[in-house]
Design a protein around this ligand. Structure first.
Ligand SMILES: O=C(O)CCC(=O)C(=O)O
Length: 294
């Protein structure tokens, strides 16, 4: 790295964490999860990952030998994951970056196994196609193992969220001009103990690090967006109907089942309740109000 960079020291002080997010684009907050919570999340994740491999539906990446495993749509894969999306830290940090009505865009896991190669550097809102003065998406990486430089702790380019020159210039998911793109040499490895979170602004350049140890690095990735941005996981199509029927309104609202400024509605823009999971779409009617084929 050619110039000295300021690093975000892990902090339990959420005001300081928010200042670091603004100035550097990321922060690490320790002790967000207890050892028991980490153990429960990790046990469910490891079991699910094994199950997806056994069933032949595992998604692998992390280089040509594809050692890493991604687990998608965690919202369908255990109450322990759904509960996490209502953890107070989510509101405290996502609310700061994205406003109070942010949504869960996707909730996934990345198990970075030994031999995993660094992920291509990217920003999580590259598809927007222009730099935005505030983030429209943001991420929390929930550390279920210690994150270290050696085991693939997420690599970030500090303060790159403020670098409008390194923004993709097309509306597709395209890289920035090569001259402006950061390289791995510009990155630092985020470190923290299991139970910490790494929170980062959607404009910051980052990617999974290489895992040069003998142990896998387990992380949950909750990706959040402003309420007018399309979610990465399609909750309407993808959320198990049994989960939707049983879940708490607070969670369903955060998954996008409430209208926002008239968006996401079915029929009236003024639903009678804040939560508007409509099963009452109005079909073709004759002038007398009786359903017709049309
Ligand atoms: O696994 C990580 O450390 C980060 C993953 C990431 O950057 C991504 O999925 O876009």
């Amino acid at each position: 790295m050619s110039v000295a960079v300021r690093l975000a020291a892990p902090t339990p002080d959420l005001d300081e964490a928010r200042r670091q997010l603004d100035a550097l684009g990321y922060c690490v907050v320790p002790n967000v999860l207890s050892a028991a919570e980490v153990a429960a999340l990790k046990a469910r994740l490891v079991e699910q990952a094994e199950g997806e491999r056994a069933r032949g539906v595992a998604f692998r990446d992390g280089g040509p030998s594809q050692p890493n495993q991604r687990i998608w749509m965690l919202l369908n894969k255990g109450r322990v994951f759904r509960d996490l999306m209502l953890h107070p830290i989510v509101g405290a940090l996502m609310g700061h970056l994205l406003g109070p009505d942010f949504l869960v865009s996707s909730f996934t896991a990345n198990i970075a196994h030994p031999g995993g190669e660094p992920m291509v550097l990217h920003t999580d809102q590259g598809y927007v196609g222009f730099w935005t003065p505030s983030p429209v998406v943001a991420n929390i990486a929930w550390m279920l193992d210690d994150f270290t430089e050696a085991n693939g702790g997420t690599r970030l380019v500090p303060a790159s969220h403020l670098n409008s020159a390194a923004t993709p210039r097309s509306s597709a998911y395209a890289p920035a001009e090569p001259a402006n793109m950061p390289t791995l040499e510009d990155t630092i490895g985020a470190e923290g103990k299991a139970g910490s979170i790494l929170c980062f602004d959607g404009r910051i350049w980052h990617g999974t690090g290489a895992n040069r140890t003998d142990e896998p690095r387990h992380a949950l990735l909750s990706y959040h967006c402003r309420p007018y941005i399309r979610q990465q996981e399609n909750m309407v199509l993808g959320l198990d109907p049994a989960v939707r029927a049983a879940e708490r309104p607070a969670l369903l609202n955060r998954l996008g089942f409430a209208t926002w400024a008239g968006l996401g509605r079915v029929e009236s823009p003024r639903p009678a309740t804040p939560l508007f999971v409509s099963s009452g779409a109005v079909g073709p009617l004759g002038a007398d109000g009786v359903p017709i084929d049309a």
